[in-house]
Ligand binder design. Sequence first.
Ligand code: ADP
Ligand code: MG
Ligand code: ZN
Length: 455
Amino acid sequence: EKLDETEVLDALKKHFKFDSFKSDLQRDAILHIMKKETDVLVSMPTGSGKSLCYQLPAVLNPGKITIVFSPLLALIKDQIDHLSILKIKAASLNSASLNSKTLKAERESLLSDLKSMSPVTKLLYITPEQAITNTFKDLFHNLVKFNKVAYIVVDEAHCVSEWGHDFRPDYLRLGDLRKHNDIPFIALTATAGVEVTKDIVSSLKLGKNHKVFKTSSFRSNLYYDVFFQNTLDNLYEHLKDFICKKLNSEYETDVPKEDRSCGIIYCRTREQTEVLSHKLNMLGVKSMCYHAGLKNSTRLECQESWQNGDYPVICATVSFGMGVDKATVRFVIHWGVPKDPASFYQESGRAGRDGKPSHCRIYYNRSDSKAVEFLLSQELAKAKDRESRKAKAKNSIRSFTKMVEYCETANECRHRLFSNHFGDPPITCEINCDICMNKKEVEDMINNFHLKCIQ
Ligand code: ADP
Ligand code: MG
Ligand code: ZN
């Protein structure tokens, strides 16, 4: 039978207590997945509600089970707890989480439910390690034979890719589950670059006609530009003026301090964070530094007081930012070159989470990029003939070269670095980068930069 949108909405309210979809993309993905016509890849940022894209269709498939692969027991536990509050029957097959006697009994009853004519379990969560055990293989074979599998879901699907940040070799075997059945595959990942996306499609053997539901990577409230450290007469004054303009402190005296404007300056080395923070304090801009060399407690304190608004500027290495979700970051500066387009997108993207205009700037420096190039070439040399490591090192070099080009040329809209990287249609922002706003000026600056480099 076919379900129309109002029925799906009713189910959303009834089972998940939500009044509406979180986004059009979430709705479109769910309605398409319900039809079971093709495999699907959902690529949306963390927090955009990817789980619902398979959980709602799972609930709307009576008597059938949706199998979900997830990389970590902790993630699985969160999901199951959440679903059990909603009274949706979900379970995990992992024996590691099942050790006591009562849990053994639970496991027995789970297995017998899964083998019954009309199982009540809607979602079965499994780690990829578990997928290669005989218990699972037998169970899967049995479920497929009696046509009891609604979907096969691969959450955090970027784990199939060596180019991703958390490669899990066992994920590569999941594509084998496609043999001898036509159960729709649903792969989910946070916005992934083109290489990672390609790996997901090929490793999971997504059908040729698979459909992609993907958030655009374009952040229209972010302005991108590049300055050159060696062409500025007074580098630190330039930095200070920029910061003061962005922080607008005189207008914010009535604003609670945790909601005041603030900024992040990313540096490549610990030493740079310390030097920069010191310079800024000398110039009257309150700032602190943050890097892995500090004691854990100091680091935590530093992060917390920045988050509370005790001081506006944090000079940090890229280890800063995981789990930081501050809405009022008005600027992110890279002091030197970011590592690659993906990291640059993520780091600079911490600006403007509240949707208000925010600024992402690189203060480029040739000697810094030479230092990185040297480290990367050493990495390649160290790889010798270990192919995978060599390929990885070459990939890092390629990605870094893109960043150097980004800084040292004025060929295209700054946002195009990201639309290229994420495989979005090529964008021209018109008003949100220095190149679109004033190409000539950027070209002059670059020429000046090259002249100064030769001198
Ligand atoms: P992701 O996997 O994309 O990181 P989650 O599936 O964990 O995101 O969802 C993030 C949050 O959004 C959760 O708290 C979830 O309950 C909520 N959410 C999902 N869909 C909706 C919706 N339609 N309306 C309101 N909140 C939603
Ligand atoms: Mg998720
Ligand atoms: Zn532009």
